[in-house]
Design a binder for this molecule. Structure first.
Ligand SMILES: C[S@@+](CC[C@H](N)C(=O)[O-])C[C@H]1O[C@@H](n2cnc3c(N)ncnc32)[C@H](O)[C@@H]1O
Length: 273
């Protein structure tokens, strides 16, 4: 398979995803969505495989998990790390049909749709086709992604806004993916839809190492390519990074991003798309 063109691709992406994935949060989201022992699960865009391992533990005894991700490297990593407990990982582009993978009781996609502003609906339709009638589709993503900060200097806030606009216009990124999830399931005719909103990237007080690593990686991997956006800083990108680090490490700042979880049950018939 041809490798996907993933915005956050870097040699350390597996490490970033491992560090930032909190097991108790993933467990809570999956239990809220209705995961139960014995279910067959598809973990779409599994990243490092950590979420697949958590979902696998929640469907025991008797359940199974298939992880699907577009990166061959992460598929090899997850297989070597979690394959021994019976989780299968496959390398596939979720923009293409997945119908040959079979049908699942619980299909879960977290923090992937944000990378597909243009194709979000088609991807959800694609995933819906691999949900068994009566099965659950759970979509999780961020809203107003990375844009909520207090005590941020005005120049820094304006620069962040320009970065996010650039990500939308040129990189197919959707900082508002979270608010679109409900309508996707509604339009598909899903039943028993429920929505939950909570805080992700909730940062106050002393900066924790995992948050510093995650945000500085995002800046290194994505923002460092946008050289023309830093004209207001005397030394360009370096000046922006310095101001961001100073703001972010101040224990008096407040940062958060809403995470929206949306789940529904696929009807036996009459599905749209
Ligand atoms: C931010 S990570 C999310 C990881 C995990 N779902 C989580 O909740 O932490 C996004 C993952 O989606 C995968 N991905 C992006 N585009 C994809 C595509 N078109 N097909 C399959 N996987 C894709 C990336 O390779 C990456 O591992």
């Amino acid at each position: 398979m041809q490798e996907i063109d993933y915005l956050m691709e870097s040699a350390e992406e597996v490490l970033r995803l491992d560090v930032k994935t909190e097991s108790t949060v993933v467990e809570g989201q999956a239990l809220w969505a209705g995961i139960r022992p014995g279910m067959s699960v598809a973990d779409i865009g599994f990243g490092s495989g950590k979420t697949s391992a958590i979902l696998h533990s929640l469907v025991q005894p008797g359940g199974s998990v298939l992880g699907v991700d577009g990166s061959g490297e992460r598929t090899a990593y997850a297989t070597s790390r979690y394959g021994d407990r019976g989780i299968r990982f496959v390398s596939r582009d979720i923009r293409n049909s997945l119908d040959d993978l079979g049908r699942f009781d619980f299909v879960w996609v977290r923090f992937v749709l944000e990378y597909y502003r243009a194709e979000c609906i088609e991807i959800v339709q694609n995933l819906s086709r691999i949900v068994k009638p009566g099965g659950i589709l759970c979509l999780i993503d961020l809203d107003h992604n990375s844009l909520n900060h207090f005590r941020i200097p005005q120049k820094l806030e304006e620069t962040l806004n320009r970065i996010i606009e650039r990500l939308q216009s040129r990189h197919n990124f959707d900082p508002y993916a979270g608010r679109k999830l409900y309508s996707c399931l509604y339009d598909l005719g899903y039943q028993d839809i429920d929505v939950s909103v909570s805080a992700h990237h909730l940062i106050f007080g002393e900066l924790q190492k995992k948050d510093a690593f995650n945000w500085m990686k995002k800046i290194e991997v994505i923002v460092s390519r946008m050289n023309d956006l830093f004209d207001e800083y005397d030394d360009g990108f370096e000046g922006f990074v310095r101001e961001f680090e100073a703001f972010f490490s101040d224990p008096g700042r407040f940062t958060y991003t809403p995470v929206i979880c949306c789940r529904g049950r696929r009807p036996d018939s009459g599905i749209q798309g």
